[in-house]
Design a protein around this ligand. Sequence first.
Ligand code: PLP
Ligand code: COI
Length: 341
Amino acid sequence: MEKKNIDWANLGFGYMQCDQRYVAEYKDGKWSEGQLTEEASITMNECAGVLQYAQTCFEGLKAYTTEEGHIVTFRPDLNAARMKDSCLRLEMPVFDEQRFVDAVCETVLANEAYVPPYGSGATLYIRPYMFGINPVIGVKPADEYQFRIFTTPVGPYFKGGAKPLTLCVSDFDRAAPHGTGHVKSGLNYAMSLHAIVSAHKNGYDENMYLDPATRTKVEETGGANFIFITKDQKVVTPKSDSILPSITRRSLIYVAEHYLGLKVEEREVLLEEVKDFAECGLCGTAAVISPVGKIVDHGTEICMPSGMNEMGPVTKKLYDTLTGIQMGRVEAPEGWIQIIK
Ligand code: PLP
Ligand code: COI
């Protein structure tokens, strides 16, 4: 199989249309068999549930080429489970978890020519998503849905790769107490668009969102969870009911404890204590682990001792171990790597 002629090393995090995508339809209370299609556009009624009331959720995972030349994906079962949680919260029909994993593998395989080679610095981003498609005008869930998966080759989420980021403490909330912050619904991201545009206009890379009830505790950013490293090398990560349970963060906790012998605390993190940490990073599928150098809270600068030049030492160890597992250089825990080819 010949790879596409793509400048892998210079890819950003963008959409490139691949050859095939997966689609299954939900109608009369059941999902269709599902198939690949070359058609990238979707036609729907003007009153489709997703257009009127934003009934949509999604997932994000990646396919990697390993050192040995396999194409693999990372813990897709957890994406399937999280999508199930999103569907239940949004009154959407669940797509069977094993079928989800099989469909991910089928879609990646069909777009093998777009899977970046080992060592290129790029990966194939996989985007499963679901939306209500039949006309809905009274506020209620749709009766008909599509579950789709497309892929796109990507480079680093943040321009500049591993250069530490500058964040600002946002005046906006991305989630409400008892809302949908813990599931991957499109509406959470719609909420965050004004905040991210404002942050960029003011020269920041991302927002640090605080807990919406008291605005004293660190939650997450628009697209990643936080990890902090204390001066005595403990990993601390915020616990909250309104943040997305990041698969990367859950994996890093395991890596920290079982591969690196570090202590981990998953607990509430006060904004006030951020100045005392030694390192800070953003973790997620797209973000991988992106180091944070500075956080600006309404004019007050919190500068991480790890600095603005490179990742802090513990963050780097976490990054190397996690990406080593994903690329086949480090032995993975049982069940983490799904071999596609
Ligand atoms: N938090 C938000 C809001 C996200 O959009 C993402 C991305 O998926 C994450 C955290 C990280 O989650 P994961 O590691 O499962 O990709
Ligand atoms: C991901 O990391 O998969 C996400 O969905 C985050 C998004 C901001 C790209």
